[in-house]
Every structure is written in C-alpha cells, then in structure tokens.
Ligand binder design. Structure first.
Ligand code: FAD
Length: 307
C-alpha cells in the first residue's frame, strides 16, 4: 500500500524540497545513483564494462519548467557522449532519455522535445551507439511513440520502452514487434489510474508474459527490463521457443538492484545492460525506486533516524 503514497510524493514540490535537503539522503541515494556529474560517472562506466556488463546511461531529471532547462539537459547528454567517445564502447554504452526532460510538457513540447533529442541521437550514432526513449506517465506516450517513429526514419536503432501495466501496451507491442524495433519491456513505475492500467501485481505479471511472447516472436530486438527472477526465467524459455539465442535479446536491470544477478547473467553469456543514472536532479528517480520496494523506505527512514 505504501507504493502509491510514495509515487504521489514523487510529484510533490514540498516533499522534493524536504527530502532533497535532508542531510543523510545522499548516502541512501548513492546506492541507486552513483554520481552527480560526468567526472563521477566515467570511472563507474569503466568499472561496469570491465566486469562484462553493458550500460544504458540516464542523466536524471524530469518535470523541467523552461526551454533553457531542456537545452541544458540536451547539453548534458552531449557532454556525456563526448566523454564516452575515447572509451570506444560502441553499443555497450547507450543512452536512455526521458522526453519530459527535453521539454515535452512545455508549450509546443512535442516539437521542442524532438528538436532537443535529435542532436543526442545523432551524436550517439557518431560514436557507434544508440538511444532508448524511456516511458513516462501514460499521458506522454502518444508523443513519445510519434517521436520514436520520426527518429527511426534516420536512426532505425533508436529504442523505446513499453509498460506492461498499461492496457494499451499489448497493441503497442504488436505494432513495434512488426516494425523490427528495439523495445524495452518493463512493468511500469508511475501511479496510473484503473481506467488505463492494471492495478493488481499478478495481472501485471501476466500481461508482461503475453507482451514478452509477442516481442520474442516478432521481428524486433526485445530488452527485458526487470529484476523479477520468475520473469527472467520465463524470458529465457520464450526466447528459446522463438529460436532466439543470447544476443538476439538482452536483459536490463537498474544500477544498485540485484547486482549479483547482473554478473550471473553476464557470466552465462547473456547481454546484460545496467541502467545507470547520475546527476543532481535525482528526486523523481529515487522516489520511484523507494516505491518499488517498501524495504527501501524502511532503510531510508532508519538512516534518517540514526543520524
Ligand atoms: P518487481 O516485482 O518490482 O521486483 C522484483 C524483485 O526485484 C523484487 O522482489 C526485489 O528483489 C527487486 N527489486 C525491484 N525493484 C527494486 C528496488 N527499487 N529496490 C530494491 N529491490 C528491487 N519504468 C517505467 O515506467 N519507464 C521506464 O522507462 C523504465 N525503465 C526501466 C529500465 C530498466 C532497465 C529497468 C530494470 C526498469 C525500468 N523501469 C521503468 C522500472 C520498472 O517499470 C519497474 O518499476 C521496476 O523494474 C520494478 O519492477 P521489476 O520488474 O523489477 O519487478
């Protein structure tokens, strides 16, 4: 029951100010967000890729309020890509972007987000890698899919994310699987109403499996974004039945969550990509991680009390 309350707090400015200013928050945040700037994150990238892991990089931030902030977000990604160039990791380090951070919710936001994300996709292509568009709340998705389609005309490797909890996703998955897209399937991390999304965990898991089957049997490249051991085992079975080998699909998990499993899957020969977030505007990302597992909240509360 705590999850929805935390997710509601993730959109509250008052809670943002309170939690961001708490003296001990940073220690807890570090578990999920291992750096504040590009200088912090380059050694983390080196370390993870040295362990045989692949990465998708997220410069945290969302709910921006001005075109200047959207341009700054674009520039932060361009700086990161510039710093990745000498590492020559190619697709082993790709980018994940939230279009809200590129201005999607501002006036003429669809055009603004497309204008800001395009140079990032171009710069990524120049160093031999690609970009995946994260999925945010359901009101943003028509615009996200339209931008994805537009970018794919020039950069067919551009990926997108679909969320198993949404009723619309089974149709989206059929369309994307036929298109040959790179698609990350996740359960979904936002607070969504019952009119658009499954609320029951088991229903979400069942939908996840149906959608995954569609992706595995389709023409595209499925990316399984989950830490759920049952779904990971089912994914391997569905891949096998669809005649896919490791490398024809990949697993993705978040930095700081089930890290031993990242290494186990990589050691088994799977492509294992770690979603690694960094930056100072970590509040929304951090709160979604708390909401996913109430034990995280207890750990957070305890660290506040024992300070
Ligand atoms: P769960 O059933 O939630 O978790 C399974 C197990 O994993 C738990 O029992 C626990 O052991 C562990 N676990 C899961 N979450 C946590 C946590 N926060 N802290 C500690 N342990 C945990 N959502 C979106 O809406 N849009 C996106 O673009 C998006 N991108 C993502 C990218 C990646 C690579 C991943 C892995 C997730 C992404 N998500 C995104 C989040 C996703 O929607 C889920 O909220 C999140 O992955 C938790 O679901 P789960 O599949 O891991 O299963």
């Amino acid at each position: 029951m705590l999850g929805p309350v935390i997710l509601a707090a993730s959109r509250s400015d008052r809670m943002r100010r309170l939690i961001s200013a708490a003296p001990v928050t940073k220690q807890v945040v570090d578990r999920f967000i291992p750096g504040e700037d590009v200088d912090d994150i380059v050694p983390v990238i080196r370390d993870l890729s040295g362990q045989g892991l692949e990465l998708t990089m997220d410069v945290v931030g969302e709910d921006i309020t001005s075109p200047a902030q959207a341009a700054a977000a674009r520039d932060a990604y361009l700086e990161l890509i510039d710093r990745l160039k000498p590492l020559e990791l190619g697709t082993r380090a790709e980018m994940s972007v939230k279009l809200s951070m590129f201005g999607q919710a501002l006036e003429d936001g669809h055009e603004l987000a497309l204008k800001n994300v395009r140079p990032v996709v171009e710069a990524a292509a120049e160093i031999g890698t690609t970009v995946t568009l994260d999925a945010e709340d359901h009101t943003t998705l028509d615009s996200m899919f339209a931008i994805h389609e537009e970018l794919r005309k020039d950069f067919p490797q551009t990926g997108c994310v679909i969320q198993a909890y949404l009723f619309r996703t089974e149709d989206d998955a059929r369309r994307l699987a036929a298109d040959g897209s790179r698609v990350r399937l996740v359960k979904g991390a936002y607070k969504e109403p019952a009119s658009v999304a499954h609320q029951d965990k088991h229903e979400i898991d069942r939908a996840y499996v149906r959608i995954l089957r569609t992706l595995m049997e389709g023409e595209g490249y499925p990316m399984i974004g989950s830490h759920d051991p049952r779904l990971i085992a089912i994914a391997q079975e569905l891949a096998h039945r669809a005649g896919r080998k490791p490398g024809d699909y990949e697993f993705q998990m978040l930095y700081g969550i089930r890290a031993e499993e990242h290494l186990r899957l990589a050691a088994e020969g799977h492509r294992m990509r770690v979603y690694t977030a960094y930056g100072t505007d970590w509040y929304g990302y951090f709160m979604r991680r708390l909401a996913e597992k109430p034990a995280n909240l207890r750990f957070f509360a305890r660290s506040m009390l024992t300070k």
